[in-house]
Design a protein. Structure first.
Length: 561
């Protein structure tokens, strides 16, 4: 484990945290770095693992784009989990590059634009330029040369701003390639020359070879064949020296075309065969084979061997058709997506231009409209405020009337209750007087009718009188009326106490009402024709059923029910 970490530390010290320009790396060095990263990846965790995943995804760009997508996807997930925007932008450009190499342009563009948005926010010029450059190559790859040129010009401005001459040289080469594809070889050559002049100072042989080859192709296209031959042979010499077979194959094919035009047929044929032998070592060589067949067809045609010319052309057309049929549907779909994006961008620009023109025409009308609108709003606001005020006054008056009516209703109701209460009091009093008067008259009569001559009979008559009047007092109607009035006046209290304490008997409820009216035990005994002791026992039972503590006031408790 220590050995792996030590190896990783040494490797990281060689790498800047800014985007490594994989286009500029030596393949052998890239493989060594990739192997070093893969050794330590299983032991890594957290953000250390995130950085490793991005570096590994980058290392696989041209070796295995599927691996780039695999490691880039995991890096994107981790970067979002850790909220690491720098690594998220790196993961997105890895995915963009992986899908671009796989010719999946719609996905490549989506991830590239997401990376661009993040990197613009972060502000790292190197990383921003690299993302712009990758998107520029995407548009170049599908033939959107104007769009590609815009992106590469923006990249050049950033490289000039940061003063990186090596990357300025790469930007010149990129812009030259685009102009060459647009058919302006003279303009393309001016950029290639600037690029080559800067590259020679860095002694970057593969880059020098590439630019010489590009210049040779441009000279060939404008029929400057000697210059084309010299540059292509110099490029081929460097490709052989650094063992760059891919560049070698393309250069051999181009040299074959130049020698064919110079009518050096043997040299042309020799170059075509050397190109065919070299491309057999390469993967994904179908496009070079197609080009080789096309040149061979021209070669045999120039010799007058029409049969071989036709056979080679037939093979060229078959392979070309197979490439086109495999990719046509996908690329057309992707180009429509890109075209739609470009169309929307154009529509937005057009709408902005129309908006600017219309703004000038509308300025006078706008001022008048604003003034009229302000006046109209002021009038409406004024009217609305008046309506609101009147409405508020009406509602206030209505509310006051309602309150006044409610107050009068309550006063009336209160007076009616008082009148009813007074009437009941008078009724009770009248009943009491009448009852008592009647009893006293009857008692007087009874005493008069007693015979005092016979003592035994007298005692017997007195006993009968006591019994009779005791019964009358027990069933005195004024007492019953008293209880009836109490029930009427205390109806709310009776309802509440029965609801809260349904276990109370009628006598206990009656006692509770009398206690609430603050009648003393003696008064309660007199009213109910009971002994004082019976009242006290009744109060004790009532407290017990109400679950009162000995210190609690019975009357106070009943007041709060």
């Amino acid at each position: 484990m220590k050995k792996k970490l030590a190896l990783f530390t040494v490797f990281i010290s060689l790498i800047s945290y800014s985007q490594i320009d994989v286009w500029d790396e030596n393949p052998n060095d890239s493989q060594l770095k990739l192997d070093s990263l893969l050794i330590v990846l299983p032991e890594s965790m957290g953000e250390e693992r995130l950085k490793l995943l991005n570096e590994i995804a980058q290392g696989y760009w041209f070796i295995n784009p599927d691996k780039t997508i695999e490691y880039g996807t995991e890096a994107l997930r981790l970067s979002q989990e850790f909220d690491n925007k720098e690594q998220e932008g790196f993961a997105l450009i890895n995915l963009c590059q992986g899908y671009l190499v796989s010719d999946l342009y719609d996905k490549a563009l989506r991830y590239g634009l997401q990376s661009l948005e993040i990197r613009k926010t972060i502000g790292n010029k190197y990383d921003l330029a690299y993302t712009l450059r990758t998107i520029g190559w995407l548009y170049y790859d599908i033939g959107y040369f104007d769009k590609a040129l815009d992106y590469h010009k923006e990249v050049l401005l950033i490289h000039e701003e940061i003063g990186d001459k090596q990357r300025i040289a790469y930007s010149y080469n990129s812009i030259g390639l685009i102009h060459a594809q647009q058919g302006d070889c003279n303009l393309a050559l001016s950029f290639f020359r600037k690029s080559l002049e800067l590259k020679k100072a860095f002694n970057n042989e593969d880059r020098i070879s590439e630019t010489m080859k590009n210049m040779g192709i441009c000279h060939r296209k404008i029929n400057e064949l000697d210059a084309a031959k010299e540059l292509l042979e110099s490029s081929l010499e460097i490709s052989n020296k650094i063992k760059d077979d891919q560049s070698k194959v393309e250069t051999l094919n181009e040299l074959a075309i130049v020698n064919l035009k110079l009518e050096k047929y043997d040299t042309c044929y020799k170059l075509l065969n050397e190109s065919r032998l070299t491309m057999e070592k390469l993967k994904d060589n179908i496009e070079w084979i197609v080009e080789n067949y096309r040149i061979r067809s021209d070669y045999f045609l120039a010799l007058g061997n029409y049969k071989e010319a036709f056979n080679n052309y037939k093979k060229y057309e078959e392979l070309k058709s197979s490439i086109f049929s495999n990719d046509k549907s996908r690329k057309l779909t992707e180009m429509r997506i890109l075209d739609e994006a470009e169309r929307r961008e154009s529509e937005i620009k057009l709408l902005e231009q129309q908006k600017n023109l219309e703004r000038e025409k509308r300025q006078g009308l706008m001022v008048v409209s604003i003034l009229l609108a302000i006046i109209g709003i002021l009038i409406i606001v004024s009217l609305w405020n008046n309506i609101k005020k009147k409405k508020a006054i009406f509602k206030q008056n209505e509310k006051l009337s309602e309150e006044k009516f409610k107050t009068q209703s309550l006063l009336k109701e209160n007076l009616e209750h008082k009148l009813e209460y007074r009437m009941k009091e008078l009724t009770n009093l009248a009943l009491f007087i009448s009852q008592r008067t009647s009893i006293y008259k009857d008692l007087t009569k009874s005493f008069k009718s007693l015979e005092f001559t016979d003592v035994n009979k007298l005692k017997k008559d007195i006993a009968l009188l006591i019994k009779e009047y005791t019964f009358k007092f027990n069933f005195n109607e004024d007492i019953q009326k008293f209880h009836a009035n109490v029930e009427t006046l205390q109806s709310d209290f009776l309802f509440r106490i029965k609801e809260k304490h349904p276990n109370l008997t009628d006598k206990e409820v009656q006692l509770a009402v009398q206690v609430k009216l603050k009648l003393s035990s003696k008064e309660i005994a007199s009213i109910n024709n009971l002994s004082l002791n019976s009242v006290e026992i009744g109060r004790h039972r009532l407290r017990k059923k109400l679950n009162l503590e000995s210190k609690e006031s019975l009357s106070g408790f009943l007041e709060n029910i």
